[in-house]
Design a protein around this ligand. Structure first.
Ligand code: HEM
Length: 469
């Protein structure tokens, strides 16, 4: 039964997936004149199947890697179960591909599918993916009978190719450096899949096979570090090649999702550090295994959110027109999520904002309106103005969060004021996407509430001495 419940937290990613798809307008059924529009079921099913396929492939590659790092025969059985699920989902995603391209209902048979699979890059990548998964499934079955390590290694290589194929054929093609972008996107997807799947399997191994877990954990911890470095490097490189200008990164929905993923990765690094300090360093003490499993359950939720954002990124595609705005999600990610992480890693505060927490929060809300709705500095100073506004946003967020930790009024001012500030921005700039503003508002309120609850549990931090004279 554990095999089925592996990484069960990852399925929570379907919630942000649907919410973000709605937010970026990818579920809108309004058709452009003369263009047929996909039915809602197709608009929902295609990304949901891709998400499920990515989860199944990640757990398969995770089980195969943990098997190589010293996992038991049980892990090989998990690999077989999940590779079969991945095969089924990859085949459904091929069928839904045709429905998506021709804006139709998903159908089991279609005359248009073959030309798509034969002539389009996306179609060819889908064929490569399904073939590799099918061959890996056979090898996973054989590896249960013949436990020769080369059989499992061959299966691992095939699943890795299956994971990399769609990203390589994805948006990389739209850049002048499509080979670099393609390889980078492929490596990126492999690194994150290894990390996600490995964590899900090692978390389960901690609960069902503690003896093996004590051996496998330190080895996986090293692999996870390598995956983080490769994922960050290739993610940033792919983003730079696909997005290019700072304005597009800060101002487009695509760019705001990339920034959100970067901040989610930073939070994951924080939890990875906690894993090391609170668990790995205490092995072989068995209580450390429970710590690994409990921290992993939070990490898997963050990874699920990053995975959902990635599937939406691929649906959305890089911004077609340049932008000089601040997307609503960017305001919340850079104004709240990023400073919050900085304060968790290094609790500190500024005497000036500490003395006036409500004023610090009010100032932050004014900065959200200035940067998100008015944009005086970027109008006056161009791209340099964008950098200045970004810095002010992050600093104002840091001041507001550090000061409001112990001021209920300040936090409630933020929780109530943030959606109002984002609403004012939509009124000030009709081009701003109201759906993403709503989502950003709810995310921001959630983060501020979590911050307030955390503040009530923890003592006051060291205050940074600033002479006000
Ligand atoms: C610094 C952090 C990160 C950056 C800058 C980043 C950026 C990107 C970019 C630009 C793409 C290509 C999207 C496209 O084809 O249009 C991508 C794909 C992807 N990212 Fe990330 N990413 C980051 C972190 C993560 C994390 C933490 C995860 C998961 C835990 C993740 C999972 C994925 C996946 C699965 C894809 C491939 C989607 C597909 O083509 O099916 N990324 N990422």
């Amino acid at each position: 039964m554990t095999g089925v419940r592996l990484g069960s937290r990852l399925w929570w990613g379907l919630v942000p997936l649907v919410v973000l798809l709605w937010g970026v307008g990818a579920l809108a059924s309004a058709a452009l004149p003369g263009l047929s529009q996909s039915p809602l079921l197709t608009l929902l099913a295609v990304p949901a199947v891709v998400y499920a396929r990515d989860v199944a492939l990640a757990i398969t590659v995770g089980a195969l890697v943990i098997g190589r790092l010293g996992g038991s025969g049980q892990v090989r059985r998990w690999a077989l179960g999940w590779v079969i699920l991945a095969l089924g989902l990859a085949m459904v995603s091929v069928l839904s591909l045709q429905a998506d391209i021709s804006a139709e209902q998903i159908a089991l048979t279609s005359n248009d599918l073959l030309p798509i699979l034969r002539d389009s890059t996306i179609g060819q990548a889908a064929v490569v993916q399904v073939s590799c998964i099918a061959m890996a499934a056979v090898l996973c079955a054989v590896s249960l009978l013949v436990s020769h390590r080369w059989v499992a290694t061959a299966a691992l290589v095939l699943v890795t190719i299956a994971i990399a194929a769609p990203p390589i054929a994805g948006h990389a093609g739209v850049t002048s450096q499509h080979v670099v972008a393609g390889v980078s996107a492929g490596l990126h997807a492999v690194a994150v899949s290894l990390w996600i799947g490995g964590l899900a399997v090692v978390g389960a191994t901690c609960l069902v096979d503690p003896d093996r877990a004590v051996t496998v954990l330190p080895r996986f911890s090293v692999l996870a570090l390598v995956c983080v470095l490769v994922a960050a490097e290739t993610g940033l490189l792919t983003a730079t090649l696909l997005v290019g200008a700072l304005g597009d990164l800060l101002g487009s929905s695509y760019g705001s999702l990339v920034i959100a993923k970067a901040v989610l990765l930073a939070w994951l690094i924080r939890f990875g550090w906690l894993q090391r300090r609170r668990a790995i360093d205490h092995l072989p003490d068995r209580s450390a295994l429970r710590t690994v499993a409990s921290i992993a359950s939070v990490e898997l939720l963050i990874m699920a959110t990053a995975l959902a954002a990635s599937v939406v990124l691929v649906r959305l595609g890089p911004p077609p027109i340049p932008s000089t705005e601040f997307a609503p999600l960017t305001l919340v990610t850079l104004g709240i999520a990023a400073p919050m992480l900085a304060l968790v890693v290094k609790p500190s505060s500024w005497r000036v904002s500490d003395a006036l927490p409500e004023a610090a929060m009010a100032l932050f809300l004014l900065v959200v309106i200035e940067v998100g709705g008015v944009g005086l500095l970027r109008t006056a100073l161009g791209p340099f103005g964008l950098v200045v506004e970004t810095t002010i946003l992050v600093f104002a967020g840091w001041c507001a969060l550090s000061a409001s930790r112990h001021s209920q009024v300040a936090i409630w001012l933020g929780i109530v004021g943030l959606p109002i500030a984002l609403g004012i921005n939509v009124l000030l700039d009709e081009l701003l996407p109201w759906r993403m503003s709503l989502i950003a508002g709810v995310v921001g309120m959630g983060l501020l509430t979590a911050w307030w609850r955390r503040g009530r549990r923890s003592p006051a931090p060291a205050t940074m001495a600033v002479s006000v004279a």
